[in-house]
Design a binder for this molecule. Sequence first.
Ligand SMILES: [Ca+2]
Length: 228
Amino acid sequence: MKIATIFSAALLASVPAVSDAAVIAYWNFNTLTTSTNNGSSYSPSSGSGSLTVGVAASDQAGSNRGINSFGGTTTNSLNSDVAGQALTIQGGASESTTPVQNNGATIIIQVNLTGWENPILSFASQRSSSGFNSNQIAYSTNGSTYTDFGSAYSPGTSFGSTVYSFDFSTINALDGAATAYFRITLSGATTNAGNSRFDNIQINAVPEPGFALLGGLGILGIFRRRRF
Ligand SMILES: [Ca+2]
């Protein structure tokens, strides 16, 4: 019994502190290739979640594809990942006579935050001179009703070391949400060839205090059932 008590104390001590942030989902886009149909939905490089691009001019044949992939960056990468490729959204299709149909294009990320709170969305981004210069972040818990978060931002024209980071710790509706959505809406491109790149998109969060404690007690319960 004394050994069990010591072991129990050790288990409780191993319960993560509430400040221990973890990666919920991460995309480095390094499996994409330039001017190839890479589709519009991407599995995470690590973690769990989905990322889907919505464009009016998807055009997977011309040189100016609605969705393309150009060179990436190590800014905001994890695990010493190489720069590789970046997700690239273009203003429109090269052969289209309608300019910049992709103003209004979206990148939608969905993750399960059950047991997690205070999510942070972060990524590296750059735009070409005629690329999307007014990009609005929004969030949702049902995938249909979105609420804008902060003001629209304009990325620089090179990746550099800038990390675009959006801290949702004040949005209690996202804490523990089984379906948490984060949306980037792109606007302000002025030519079809104008584009914006995104790389190393991360969703991070911290364990909900109750969830971390229950997790620790659950492990303790298994130990007790096996020993006694
Ligand atoms: Ca990359």
